[in-house]
Design a protein around this ligand. Structure first.
Ligand SMILES: Nc1ncnc2c1ncn2[C@@H]1O[C@H](COP(=O)(O)OP(=O)(O)O)[C@@H](O)[C@H]1O
Ligand SMILES: O=P(O)(O)OC[C@H](O)CO
Length: 495
């Protein structure tokens, strides 16, 4: 019987991955490469777009070679990506004109203040679903056009192209012939009108960004172009932002279903179906995907630093050798240790939206050791998730009986148990924690006719459930301490 495969290219904030799936949605193999994080100044975060491309191509080629995939067996490629990160490149040479500005970068806080002063807050919320924040691509594009030599002039002449990472990869995988993105990625730029499904002229005018720079927008399951694999055109048939792809990969296709992904950041999304809902408490409204001629919307709680805080323990403080080690270290101490780490390294996202908050540690005493810091850092992921889940339930009127989780950090059993305890909710960890890649593969598989939307719900399997054991008093006491700590870390740097 002939073999049928789909490959997902999962371009995350810290690594590029290529993931092979068979026609039953089973994950067969992953190849992964980390790449450089560039921190030129406090609050700035950059990536080298060429390094992103090269690591992504390297893992893709390695996967094809190791698994001996023949071109005709590869039915489709799905792309999924860290969202918002902004690349601007020259249409003729294909070269980026500067490093990519990463979603965590805070350099455009003043442009955001200016937009707020222009009275655009309500308009932006209503038309793009977003809050004004340097997180999104719009102010990053403006910054590049204003700071890179001759960029403004080249952009007005139609020489420059903008893309989130999916567009950058697509452009290169199709040899510079396709400049497009999907609705889910477009909805993260703060330039896309999520009701009209078009770039928003008013915002383009205010920010002085020429429309000619922007990619075409398409549904998530769609044949965007072809990758030439030894003379065989493989369809690039799925594109979605990584958090939306994870929502799809977790089988959250029905309105009211939700997931939380613990990667570099932590992102909880709830599918709100074809209805665009606005939050009263700082959640974003965003496009989940475009599929079968319809748009699905979602509510999202974005936490900027989650797994990245564990990387900080490893690379910054050097108190663990690898992320997995954090689990046994945390288990050495008890619940009542009294230390709180607020990892506001990139300001605070939902529900606080404070670009001026910075990281802080509270409750230090003479006996505080590295295990306390490790444990408090892991706990901060769980507290930030509680901040989000509480308002998600309030805004949607839906109480989740369990929370579906995925992403690199859910391998940590201590974290998962503490999460269940703090939320008082069952945590469901699936067999495939690579839901992001799975979602992108599903979109591609659906677009090429390998699967239907009904098929994919059959494939999801739970690996473990974590059941809460804390009593209410303990839970409330610990969470209250977190709220006090967050309050003190807010508004730290001067405007
Ligand atoms: N066992 C673990 N415990 C805690 N954090 C972990 C563990 N394993 C990985 N991580 C964290 O998960 C993140 C990697 O997850 P991943 O989903 O690959 O992220 P991304 O897609 O953002 O690059 C890293 O930030 C890492 O620190
Ligand atoms: O790299 P991740 O998986 O943490 O995802 C980053 C998000 O897409 C940023 O919005």
């Amino acid at each position: 019987m002939s073999k049928k495969y789909i490959i997902a290219l999962d371009q995350g904030t810290t690594s590029s991955r290529a993931v092979l799936f068979d026609d039953q949605g089973a994950l067969l193999k992953i190849k992964q490469q980390e790449f450089k994080q560039i921190f030129p100044k406090p609050g700035w975060v950059e990536h080298d777009a060429n390094e992103i491309l090269n690591t992504q191509l390297a893992v893709f080629e390695e996967l094809l070679k190791t698994c001996e995939i023949k071109p005709e067996e590869l039915f489709g490629i799905g792309i999924t990506n860290q969202r918002e990160t902004t690349v601007v490149w020259d249409r003729n040479s294909g070269d980026p004109i500067c490093n990519a500005i990463v979603w965590q970068d805070k350099r455009t806080a003043d442009i955001c203040e200016w937009l707020r002063n222009e009275g655009l807050e309500d308009y932006i919320k209503k038309e793009t679903g977003l809050v004004i924040d340097s997180y999104f691509s719009a102010t990053k594009i403006k910054w590049i056009l204003e700071h890179v030599e001759r960029a403004k002039q080249k952009a007005s002449n139609g020489q420059l192209l903008f893309g989130t990472i999916d567009s950058w990869l697509l452009w290169n995988l199709t040899n510079g012939s396709v400049h497009a993105t999907d609705f889910s990625n477009a909805s993260r730029t703060m330039l896309f009108n999520i009701r009209k499904l078009d770039w928003d002229d008013k915002l383009l005018n205010v920010l002085d960004i020429p429309r000619s720079m922007l990619p075409e927008t398409k549904p998530s399951a769609h044949v965007f172009g072809y990758y030439d694999l030894n003379g065989f055109g493989v369809p690039i048939a799925g594109i979605a932002g990584d958090q939306q792809a994870a929502l799809f990969g977790q089988g959250c296709s029905e309105a009211g279903s939700a997931k939380n992904t613990y990667g570099t950041g932590c992102f909880m999304l709830m599918n709100t179906g074809e209805e665009l809902r606005h939050s009263k408490h700082g959640l974003l409204s965003t496009i989940a995907w475009g599929l079968n001629g319809k748009i699905n919307y979602a509510l999202e709680g974005s936490v900027f630093i989650a797994g990245a805080a564990i990387q900080w323990l490893r690379d910054g403080l050097e108190i663990i050798n690898n992320a997995a080690e954090s689990e046994s270290a945390a288990e050495k101490i008890s619940n009542d240790h009294g230390v709180y780490v607020v990892p506001a390294f990139a300001g605070l996202g939902a529900p606080y939206w404070d670009m001026y908050a910075r990281g802080a540690i509270f409750g230090l005493t003479r006996d505080t050791g590295k295990e306390h810091l490790i444990r408090a850092t892991l706990e901060s992921l769980a507290y930030q998730t509680k901040d989000i889940l509480d308002i998600m339930e309030e805004d949607s009127g839906i109480q989740l009986s369990s929370l579906k989780v995925d992403g690199g950090a859910v391998a940590n059993n201590f974290l998962m148990q503490f999460q269940a305890d703090i939320l008082n909710t069952i945590i469901e960890r699936p067999v495939i924690i690579e839901s992001t890649a799975l979602g992108a593969a599903y979109f591609a598989g659906i677009a090429v006719g390998l699967w239907t939307q009904e098929d994919i719900t059959k494939y999801r399997k739970i690996q473990k459930k974590f059941v809460p054991v804390f009593d209410e008093e303990e839970r409330s006491k610990l969470y209250l301490g977190w709220k006090r700590a967050v309050e003190r870390s807010m508004n730290w740097i001067e405007k």
